[in-house]
Structures are given as structure tokens and as C-alpha cells.
Design a protein around this ligand. Sequence first.
Ligand code: AQP
Length: 340
Amino acid sequence: MVMSDEVTVQRVLSGIQPTADSYHLGNYLGAVKQWIDLQNGYDAFYFIPNLHAITVDQDPVELRDRTTAGVAQLLALGIDPEKSTIFVQSQVPQHAELAWVLTCLTGFGEASRMTQFKDKSTKRGADRTSAGLFMYPMLMAADILLYSPQLVPVGEDQRQHLELTRNLAERFNSRFGETFVVPDGFIPEGAAKIYDLQEPTAKMSKSGTNPKGIVNLLDAPKTSAKRIKSAVTDNEGVIRFDRENKPGVSNLLVIQSALTGRPVDEIVADYDAAGAQYGALKTDTAAALEAFTTPLKQRYDEFMADPAELKRILDRGAEKAAAVAEPLVADVYAKMGLLR
Ligand code: AQP
């Protein structure tokens, strides 16, 4: 097997799109928090997939600002550039090169079966759906296969794309010779799925329709406290964990638990003993959030105030990423008979 470099520890790779001014609590508790743990035992590659972001309309100034802000947020949250390779997708051109090769290996019917494309294109309508959105899974496959990671932390919603990635890796290997590592997806331990505060059966999403349902990490504590306090609950008045029948209360319990490190059962038992009402659950959850976001915002502001340092981190990240990606693309091109 041709490996793009010597891998001594297992490699993980994941990305987060620059599609909003701030990441939200779901992005942190469901993804970045685990990335921080993983960087200690793995060769971690984390990137900002800005080429994915343009599969739907983006304002150029906003996209540029959000990309930088995204990097600063990852650093402020605890991704350490000394341990992890942090980079921006558009600064490593091999992503686009491999994406084209993989697109040409993908069947039209196969790509048409991707449920995320079907959902998003149905919502947007054919005239507002780009061909780029259709190619999104093949670009994601390239993002992964370029770095030969053994493990890819993914949310449930990305499982089908990961399966396509595995199929494309196997297809290429069998047609052109062993080249790609076939990666495994995994949901890291402790990853919490966070739901919209106003519609607690839908996932909290940057592109959610009601801003009141989202807790942004960079919002003022007052704004977030207000949102937590107006979160939808139920009329039962009893604090207990029951995703199906009490999605709003359960969501707040999961948020508080993930932020404080206290198990949900313990939090529920304490409320039970105190005969507490939903008001207490909301006040405590808002306080836990404020304790987390206040120092985070300070660290974020410090990184944003030092663009030269951010540039240095990204230049080094892009260089490290390209050092892995380039030999792989060169090998792929050679095997396919493409001059380079
Ligand atoms: N609500 C969530 N709960 C847990 N994890 C979540 N993630 C997103 N929302 C939740 C995880 O965050 C990582 C980065 O996500 P992304 O930016 O690549 O895109 P996404 O999953 O599509 O996130 P959004 O917020 O819903 O963005 P938009 O609205 O732009 O599509 C992923 O690991 C994801 O699982």
C-alpha cells in the first residue's frame, strides 16, 4: 500500500464549515470538544472546509471573515496548533484536484442517492441548487482520502457520505492499485447531539430558521441566557430525562451535563431532592454556559487581535497538510495516466 507518509500513530481528520459568524453549542459539544481530546492520542488534522461552504451562496467578505473567525474559535476552544494540524481547505489545492478525480469515479445514480443532497435540493428548489451541492460528497471524500486517516469522527448525518468515501477508496484501489486507506467513521465517546431550543426535536443548526433556537458561542452571555430561559419545555413540571416525551427538558439537561461534566442522573437527582422547577434548570444551565463562554470569548478576542499569529498558524498548517496531500495526488495522477 502506498502511504503518503509514515504514520506512527493513528490519524484522525475532521472539519467544520465557516457558515456562520459563530459556532454554536452543538458544534462544540457534538464535535470540537471531542477533537480536543483526540489531539492527545492521535495525529489530528482539523480544517475549515470553505470550498464546501460555497456550495450554497456566500458573501465573499463574510466568508473570508468567518474563515478567520472559525480558526480563532478552534484555537480558543482548545485545538492546539502544536499538537494538531489546523488548515483552511482552499489553501491546499489538492482537495479540489482529488475531488475531480473522485467525481469521475462516482456514478450519477450513486451521487443522486445521497439523502443530504435530496433534502437540501428539495428545500432550495432546482434553480437555487448548484451542481457544487451535488458534488459535495465527492469533495468530502477527497478531504478524507488525501490524508489517509484511519478514523473520521462524524455525526450521524454524515454516515452516508462516509460510506461513499469508503466505496470510492475501494473502487480506486481495485481499478488502479492499492492507494487509499479505507477509513472508518466513528462517533467519539461523549459526543452530544444538541437540539434547537425552540424546536427540540430538530438539531441545533447554524442555518436554523429561528435564531432564538440557537446558542452561539460568541454571543453575549445575556443573549444566550435569554434564549435558554425561553427554551421550549412542557407542561408536566417535572425535571427528568426522556428524549421522546420531554425533548426540551432533556436537551437542557444534556447541555448542562456536558458543560459541567456532571452526569445527567446526578443533576436530575439533585433537582428531585430540592423539588426544583424548570426555572432552576434554566438558570443553572445559563450559568454553566456563561462560565464557559466568558473566558472563551476573551481567548477568541486575543487570537483575533493577532492576525500575524493566525496567518503563521495557517501557513504552517497548509504546509503540513500539503506535504501529506501532494505525494498522494501525484501517485493518483500517475496511476490514472494523468500528466502532472
Ligand atoms: N446540533 C448538533 N449537535 C451535535 N453536533 C453537531 N454538529 C453540528 N450540529 C450539531 C457537528 O458539528 C460539526 C461541524 O458541522 P459543520 O459545520 O460541518 O456542518 P453541519 O453538521 O451541517 O452543522 P450545522 O451547524 O448544521 O451547519 P449548517 O447549518 O451550515 O449546515 C460536525 O461534526 C457536526 O456533526
